[in-house]
Design a protein around this ligand. Structure first.
Ligand SMILES: [Zn+2]
Length: 267
C-alpha cells in the first residue's frame, strides 16, 4: 500500500515537472514578441479607402485630417522594419492636403472608378498672379474649370489632392486612356513660384504614387504622351518647361532620373 502511494505521488510529481517544462518551453519558442506601450494611437483617415495605422505616433486633431484616438493597453506586435512603414513615413513627409471635390459637383459629377496604371505630369500654364495650388483647388470646387479635373496640384509650398487616386479625372485626352488610367498631377507656374521646388515636390509625390500603385517609371509620362483626338497639334506641349521643341528629350529624361532618385529611397 505504501509502495503503491509512493508510486502514485511520484508519478504525479513527474507529470507536473514534465508539463511545466513543456509549457515553459512553448512560451519561449512560439510566443510572438510584443511590446506593451502604456498608450498607443490608432490613426484612421476617414476619407481614404485604406486605414492607416501607426502605433505611437500622434497627430493633433487641428493639424491633420487624420483622427487620432488613444488605444489603452492594447498589445502591439512589433512591426517589421520594411517597405510599408517606410512608405507611410514618406507619405507623411509629403504633407498632402486633401481637398476632395464633392460628388455631384461640376468637376466630379459622379464617381468614375479607376485602377491607375500611369502618372501624367502637367503644368498649369496659368501665369496669373497668385495662381497657386490653393487657387486651383478653389477654381475646381467652384466649377470654374468646367468638367476638367485632376488628382493633385503642386506648388513650391504644398500638394493639394482633389480626387481619390482610384477615380478617373479629366485632364489628358478626353475619353482616352490618359484619363481612364492615369493619375494627373498639375504643377503651378504663377509669378514668384519656385520652379525647382515645385519640380522636386512633384518628383517626390510621383515616387510615392509609383510605389503605392506599383507603377513603373516607364509609365510616368508627360501630358504630351496622350494624343487628343480632334486637336491640332494632337500632342500638347505640356509640361512645356520639361520638353524641348514641344517633345520629350534630355530635360524629360533628367526629370525621370530625379523621380527615380526619390523612388529608390522608399524601401
Ligand atoms: Zn497638361
Amino acid at each position: 500500500m505504501i509502495n503503491g502511494m509512493t508510486f502514485i505521488t511520484g508519478g504525479w510529481l513527474l507529470f507536473l515537472l514534465l508539463w511545466g517544462c513543456s509549457n515553459s518551453g512553448r512560451t519561449i519558442s512560439t510566443q510572438p514578441r510584443s511590446v506593451y506601450p502604456p498608450t498607443s494611437y490608432e490613426i484612421v483617415n476617414p476619407s481614404a479607402p485604406e486605414r492607416v495605422t501607426s502605433p505611437g505616433i500622434y497627430y493633433p486633431r487641428k493639424q491633420s485630417p487624420y483622427i487620432a484616438r488613444s488605444v489603452e493597453r492594447r498589445p502591439v506586435i512589433a512591426a517589421p522594419v520594411g517597405r510599408p512603414s517606410s512608405l507611410s513615413r514618406f507619405h507623411r513627409n509629403l504633407r498632402i492636403k486633401k481637398d476632395i471635390l464633392r460628388v455631384g459637383s461640376r468637376s466630379r459629377p459622379h464617381r468614375r472608378p479607376m485602377s491607375p496604371r500611369y502618372i501624367t505630369i502637367h503644368s498649369t500654364q496659368n501665369w496669373s498672379k497668385g495662381a497657386d495650388a490653393y487657387r486651383h483647388a478653389l477654381a475646381l470646387k467652384r466649377g470654374k474649370l468646367g468638367s476638367l479635373s485632376w488628382h493633385y496640384t503642386v506648388d513650391q509650398n504644398v500638394i493639394i489632392q482633389h480626387l481619390p487616386t482610384r477615380e478617373q479625372g479629366k485632364h489628358a485626352d478626353i475619353n482616352g486612356p490618359g484619363n481612364k488610367y492615369s493619375i494627373g498631377i498639375e504643377m503651378c507656374e504663377h509669378p514668384g513660384n519656385s520652379r525647382s521646388a515645385t519640380l522636386e515636390r512633384t518628383a517626390k509625390l510621383t515616387a510615392y504614387l509609383m510605389k503605392k500603385h506599383q507603377i513603373p517609371l516607364r509609365r510616368v509620362v508627360p501630358h504630351y504622351h496622350w494624343p487628343r483626338r480632334g486637336y491640332s497639334p494632337a500632342h500638347k506641349n505640356c509640361p512645356h518647361f520639361l520638353l524641348e521643341n514641344g517633345r520629350p528629350g534630355r530635360k524629360w529624361k533628367a526629370y525621370l532620373k530625379q523621380i527615380n532618385k526619390h523612388y529608390q529611397q522608399i524601401k
